[in-house]
Design a protein around this ligand. Sequence first.
Ligand code: 13P
Ligand code: SF4
Length: 303
Amino acid sequence: MRRDTELIDKILGLKRERNAVILAHNYQLGEIQDIADFTGDSLELSQKAAKTEADVIVFCGVHFMAETASMLCPDKIVLLPDIHAGCPMADMITAERLRERKAELPDAGVVCYINSSAEVKAESDICCTSANAVKVTESLDASKILFVPDQYLGHYVSTMTDKEMILWPGYCPTHLRIHPQYIIDLKKDYPQAKVAVHPECRPEVIALADEVLSTGGICRYARREDVTQMIVGTEIGIIHRLRKENPGKKFIPASEQAVCPRMKLITLESILWSLQEMTPEVKVPEEIRLRAKAAVDRMLEVV
Ligand code: 13P
Ligand code: SF4
């Protein structure tokens, strides 16, 4: 505990010295959420990054999130405290394979989930997050949509739109650990509980949910008066924030196994080291940045 206090004091001191802001995703370790200037979902974090006046952004999340922040603020230094914190789903597609698929589907509009590299975004018409995927897909002037790389988010969107959806076969290994039977069993133990799940879950899990929401959406839903108990179908890091913001309410993870190992690579130690050494920095080559940013800017105009 004393060690943590010392670490935190050093981080906060250096943060002031460097004029840095700490942004954390809702899946980060509790101690990191607690020292962050802002904790949120992918959309909220990119909006915050776009508006910050800090010189340095310490991004506590995974690589594509830091990359998006750097694309939006090329003059700022964006640090990802552990460069190995990548998203396995984002690695399930490359720009080259996307170009090949686009050539087979010349009349399809391309919607890419923000969980993708800048190169993949650069090949897409518009970007989306879990908070706005339906709205973004609807906004495109195309009746056929190639949705990449998350087949489950894409499937969820397909149930909410009349557009023809072609899905890339990517997935989130963490959300696939949540099985429908877990929710069925928990509902027996907690019959009053609302079920809120992330749209990266498989369709059989989504079918059991009261609400299908981004992580930021789950946090807002939890604040409602009629929600006193919640079965939470997403990565378990969010439970820290839910309990902290809603004392007296009960939050039950749908699965204790739903842990994103890459998110957990960021630690207080790595944040301190990153601020001391001003590395690892995430930066996107200018030609890719401009094309990828166009897809993100289009999304930010829709929401
Ligand atoms: P959110 O944008 O809903 O926070 O989701 C990000 C993510 O990686 C979910 O696995
Ligand atoms: Fe990627 Fe899944 Fe981790 Fe989100 S939870 S960062 S989609 S691996």
